[in-house]
Design a protein around this ligand. Structure first.
Ligand SMILES: C[S@@+](CC[C@H](N)C(=O)[O-])C[C@H]1O[C@@H](n2cnc3c(N)ncnc32)[C@H](O)[C@@H]1O
Length: 210
């Protein structure tokens, strides 16, 4: 497999893919962290569907995998077959994070890994994420790997970008961009973690929030 093929945003999720060992660990980490194993889970920019596929194996969550690329959804559906995920266990939704075709307050857990660098309107994206999040719901949005991996494994997986691509892909986490975006989106309760495992924004919607 060439580097270019290996860095494709969506791919056949087989054990040979460079990222393959990460998704089961990330899914387990998310379950341990939030303890949400039932209810509705939305994976935004799901790509190959690997995270949703792994969550389908270890939880009873009703999984929704949303992506803006029909080709990604096709690939994710193929990956479900490879991983013996029962038909319709994951609901695939075509749509953009900035205006999701989902009801208000309908999702208990929102996840998004590796999609945020591609969003075109981050304020609208976070407004819509907060709109669909149910009261007491949690969201974990960002880029990176699992804390259940060793940093040595993470370093082996880390993509090597050209300086131009790196600049483009990391713009969203520079300076006060995230803090400004979240403020504009009207979100006050959040944490940002930025370290060698990645950059993650975690949101919580209190029961009083409408
Ligand atoms: C690098 S891939 C990450 C895929 C997957 N989450 C993973 O961890 O393997 C980024 C995905 O985000 C999707 N995407 C980009 N912009 C989007 C948007 N505005 N709304 C929804 N999905 C988007 C792309 O189509 C792509 O599948």
């Amino acid at each position: 497999m060439t580097i270019a093929e290996d860095n494709k945003p969506f791919f056949k999720y087989t054990k040979d893919h460079r990222f393959a060992p990460m998704y089961p660990l990330l899914a387990k980490e998310i379950v341990d962290k939030y303890g949400i194993t039932e209810g509705v889970c939305l994976d935004i920019g799901a790509g190959s569907g690997a995270l949703s596929i792994e969550l389908s194996k270890i939880t009873s969550l009703s999984l929704i995998a949303l992506d803006i690329e029909p080709e990604a959804i096709e690939m994710a559906e193929e990956n479900c077959v490879i991983h013996n995920v029962p038909h319709k266990r994951i609901r695939f939704v075509f749509g953009a994070v900035e205006k999701m075709p989902l009801p208000d307050a309908s999702v208990d857990l929102i996840l998004s890994r590796g999609s945020i660098p591609f969003w075109t309107d981050h304020v609208s994206a976070f407004e819509d994420i907060f709109r669909v999040l149910a009261p007491q719901g949690k969201a974990m949005i960002g880029c990176g790997f699992s804390r259940y991996q060793s940093l040595k494994e993470v370093e082996k997986m880390r993509p090597v970008w050209t300086p131009e691509v790196l600049k483009k892909r990391t713009r969203w986490k520079k300076g006060s961009f995230l803090a400004d975006t979240l403020r504009e989106a009207g979100i006050n309760e959040y944490t940002i973690t930025d370290d060698s495992f990645g950059t993650w924004i975690e949101l919580y919607k209190s029961p009083e929030t409408r």
